[in-house]
Design a protein around this ligand. Structure first.
Ligand code: AMP
Length: 464
């Protein structure tokens, strides 16, 4: 299980030891010997399995940093995942001199990306739509590609990236190594794999969740009218600090978030109609614990890497067992116990029966819990937006310093700090909000005053 006998370059072994990766995860142990031998590999494993390091080590090991051409391309379904993958590859490459990793994703202006490409890059990590745009414009050249990675392939297909993927496949050299990772293998992916890959070796690791790490509850509703009430009753009973409510449509996502907001919960909607800025803001607020409930469609939640969700709620039962497994797999990570609650009516019971059969479950319907007569609980933090960011050279340390100095708030009342190009978000404890706003408004950051305000739910929570 050690990395030392794989024939990895010494610089990679050095990075691994500085990262504290001492033994291989199961997916790494199974796939790395093939990946390093240059074979095509299909890996079934999801976020958390260590798959990024598996393909990252593979492409870095065969990379020639002196050849300033794109040698590896990693395609991901979302910008969040692409950023995460690029970060992991950079960490693995930290002991190798001059490796340039560039992310190319949609939702950000294309101009600066063209500029970065002109400077050259060895490894590109990006989303299919934007990569296709660059290929069409002629700003990206993949003629000398050695390794093509499809990460979370099933999600890319779910998100409708087929045609962009086809266009990309048409621009890569025939002789290359292909690595494909996916949590599920619907027929369309099998077909693509057969067509694109050369005698792929398939490695599969057991689901990282066994039954004991996720407790599943199925709540049987009398009728449709009970649904919202049941969700509120569950939330009040469980009071999860971070939970996701899955809905089947965008519209329902917004409606449920609005309704929870009216009930006094700190809930935010995440769906495909949000602009990039709203999406970023929503994710920041959820991750920094100033919103406790994220109401999301399956597609919008793809690629999210949210650590330690206490609970997942299926507002409606998922349309098939793969989707159900994806959803509930978001709780109970890293060996912690998580819970998943699925609400369903008589009309949906055929879906429950199918889940039972396909997932080998035994569903014992539970009634809607009694609604404890309590007010909605609030998230522990609030988010403040500072209208200065990377462009103004604002760093996390500056924000922390400005908040905690003389007459400031305590360091432990400051949560996550996220810096974007033109603005920054900082989470502060709810009861320290006033003092924090005052301190930031009176004081200076980088010798300047910046506008600061609290981010509250846009219309979703009229009580705020
Ligand atoms: P991934 O499934 O690629 O998202 O990786 C999950 C997490 O495991 C990441 O935070 C990695 O940094 C970490 N990780 C990957 N491989 C190892 C390893 N062999 N030992 C310890 N941590 C690892």
């Amino acid at each position: 299980m050690s990395f030392s006998n794989l024939g990895l370059q010494p610089a990679l072994l050095e990075s691994l030891s500085s990262l504290g990766y001492e033994t291989m995860t199961p997916i790494q142990a199974q796939s790395l010997p093939y990946i390093l031998a240059g074979q095509d590999v299909i890996g079934q494993g999801k976020t958390g399995s260590g798959k990024t390091a598996a393909f990252g080590l593979g492409l870095l090991n065969r990379l020639d940093p002196e050849r300033f051409e794109v040698q590896a391309l990693v395609l991901c379904p979302t910008r969040e995942l692409a950023d995460q993958v690029a970060r992991e590859i950079r960490r693995l490459a930290r002991a190798t001199a001059n490796v340039k990793v560039l992310t190319l994703c949609g939702g950000t202006p294309i101009g600066p990306q063209i500029g970065s490409l002109a400077h050259g890059a060895h490894i590109i990590v990006g989303t299919p739509g934007r990569i296709e745009d660059h290929l069409r414009k002629g700003t990206l050249n993949l003629n000398r590609l050695e390794t093509l990675v499809l990460d979370e392939a099933d999600r890319m297909f779910d998100m409708g990236f087929q045609s962009a993927l086809e266009a990309i496949f048409g621009c890569v050299p025939g002789k290359r190594q292909n690595l494909l990772f996916s949590a599920t293998f619907p027929e369309e992916i099998q077909k693509v794999a057969e067509r694109l890959m050369h005698k792929p070796v398939r490695v599969q690791v057991a689901e990282s969740h066994d039954d004991s790490s996720i407790r599943q509850h199925f709540i049987r509703l009398q009728d449709e009218n009970q649904r919202m009430n049941a969700l509120c009753a569950l939330l009040l009973k469980l009071r999860p600090e971070s939970s996701v409510v899955f809905c089947n449509t965008r519209r329902e996502t917004q409606e449920v978030a609005d309704e929870l907001g009216r009930e006094g919960f700190d809930a935010l909607a995440l769906h495909g109609d949000l602009e990039q800025k709203e999406r970023d803001q929503t994710l920041v607020r959820f991750a920094n614990k100033s919103a406790s409930i994220l109401v999301a469609t399956d597609v919008a939640a793809r690629g999210l890497d949210i650590e330690s969700l206490d609970a997942v709620f299926n507002y409606h039962i998922a349309r098939d067992s793969d989707v159900h497994t994806h959803r509930i797999g978001r709780t109970g990570r890293a060996g912690e116990q998580g819970s998943a609650y699925t609400l369903y009516t008589e009309k949906e019971s055929h879906k429950a029966v199918r889940l039972e059969a396909e997932l080998d479950l035994s569903i014992e319907p539970e009634p809607v819990p009694e609604r404890v007569d309590e007010r909605a609980y609030k998230a522990p933090m609030v988010t403040l937006q500072i209208d200065g960011g990377r462009k103004q050279k604002v760093r996390p340390g500056d924000v922390l310093g400005a908040l905690t100095g003389e007459k400031g708030i305590a360091g432990k009342q400051v949560g996550r700090i996220n810096i974007f190009d033109q603005w920054a978000y900082v989470a502060v404890a709810r009861d320290a909000k006033k003092a924090a706003l005052q301190k930031l408004r009176d004081g200076k950051l980088k010798g300047r005053s910046f506008r600061v305000r609290e981010i509250s739910n846009r219309g979703a929570n009229p009580r705020q």
